[in-house]
Design a protein around this ligand. Structure first.
Ligand code: NAP
Length: 293
């Protein structure tokens, strides 16, 4: 089995790395804070002090980092991971970042005789733990086929979408639908509540019709329960909508609903609710309509 390097052991990366270990892959790990590193080492992984040290000893290098500047720093900047790859290594960035950096990583990898895939995921922490993530991939068919046994450990719905950056474009599209739909659910349930109709009954009534969705079911329920423990943090969803808006701006495409929802996430972050679940969008609406809610 190929040796895998894994950098970024947070909410998503830690369980994904554990699943790879359980599947029998030799694993070299690195993370900024050391808690998850110790857990992985206890489970059989080897620790490396920095990204370059990981890169030097693996066949496949996976990153699962928060944002575009983090991937830039670890792979291309002072982390120097790509410069230290052995020829023939495959880099798989599974973070949600801009399509532009996915293309830059692919081109830097080619320069050192390596290959790269962008492979962001959907399915949250539960999908990461259960190995049921949806994985959206950009890159060559050969690299995709090499990575497929690894993807099958981590996920279920695995799609080669297109060339480098295409996986990140698919993920941005996913986040547009999720964000705008959360706002629609927030508006629908608040409409019911402010008209004196029990929003829980409206939620139940809508679950059988055309408005039915996973987001109505799960995020709608969180709104009814006033439970906004993440889940997926609002500030990360704001980041993802900014990626979508930037990709749209580059081609002169307006995304009016996405822009509005991004600004509502900014309001949540401004109210120090950036770590609240994205279903907390409903709080902004409630505050707009009545300060006593
Ligand atoms: P997270 O919990 O913040 O984890 C990120 C990890 O990366 C942290 O352990 C962090 O270390 C580490 N890190 C950051 N910069 C580093 C560096 N320079 N060198 C080494 N390690 C570094 O984030 P997450 O929720 O796992 O999300 C990771 C990515 O997946 C994001 O792009 C996110 O948008 C995407 N995603 C998340 C979800 C979800 O439900 N959470 C779902 C789908 C996709 P520290 O411990 O020191 O902070």
């Amino acid at each position: 089995m190929e040796t895998i390097g894994f950098i970024g052991l947070g909410i998503m990366g830690r369980p994904m790395a554990l699943n790879l270990l359980k599947a029998g892959y030799p694993l070299v790990v690195h993370n900024r804070s050391q808690g998850a590193v110790k857990e992985l080492v206890n489970a059989g992984a080897t620790a490396a002090d920095n990204p370059a040290a990981v890169a030097k000893q693996v066949d496949i290098l996976i990153t699962m980092l928060p944002d575009t500047p983090d991937v830039d720093q670890v792979l291309l900047g002072s982390g120097q991971a790509i410069k230290n790859l052995r020829p023939g290594t495959l880099v798989i960035d599974m973070s949600t970042v801009s399509p532009a950096i996915a293309r830059r990583v692919a081109s830097a990898a080619r320069e050192v005789g390596a290959d790269a895939l962008d492979a962001p995921v959907s399915g949250g922490d539960v999908g990461a733990q259960e190995g049921t993530l949806s994985i959206m991939v950009g890159g060559s068919k050969e690299a995709f086929e090499r990575a497929l046994p690894i993807f099958k450990v981590l996920g279920k719905n695995i799609t080669l979408v297109g060339e480098a950056g295409a996986g990140q474009v698919a993920k941005a599209a996913n986040q547009v639908i999720v964000g705008v739909t959360i706002q629609a659910v927030a508006e629908a349930l608040t409409l019911a509540k402010r008209n004196g109709v029990d929003p829980a009954m409206v939620h139940q009534a809508l679950m059988g019709g055309f408005a039915q969705s996973k987001i109505l079911e799960i995020h709608g329920q969180r709104m009814l329960d006033n439970n906004h423990k993440p889940g997926f943090k609002s500030r990360l969803h704001r980041k993802d909508l900014s990626i979508a808006l930037e990709a749209a701006r580059e081609v002169g495409l307006p995304l009016p609903c996405t822009g509005m929802v991004r600004e509502l996430f900014s309001a949540l972050v401004g109210q120090e609710q950036g770590d609240a679940d994205h279903s907390a969008l409903v709080k902004i609406l409630e505050n707009l309509s009545s300060p006593n809610n």
